[in-house]
Write a protein that binds this ligand. Sequence first.
Ligand SMILES: [Zn+2]
Length: 104
Amino acid sequence: MGGREAPAVGVRSCRRCGGRFTRERPLVCRGLHGQCYDHARAVGELHRYPVTRRTIDREEMARLEAAGLSTGEIAERFRVSPGAVRVARHRLRRGGAVVPGGGS
Ligand SMILES: [Zn+2]
């Protein structure tokens, strides 16, 4: 390998406790362990740890979808993975539009 590295996430250790991310203690959000994230949120320090990942603008994504772009094309626009686009779309659908007859 070598050479080409994914530039999206450059966080290897927790920004709060400095510990490495492992399977038992994975990176959850904002470059933090789940526990550290919860703690930071609880004490109101979440703003100290800005979001590390590129975000997908929902309105922009809806526009691109309406324009007929594929998932892959939209992913390229936002420079994220197609999977991230699918997740964002799913959230968009759930949060943005009411599904008729779709109870919980
Ligand atoms: Zn941590």
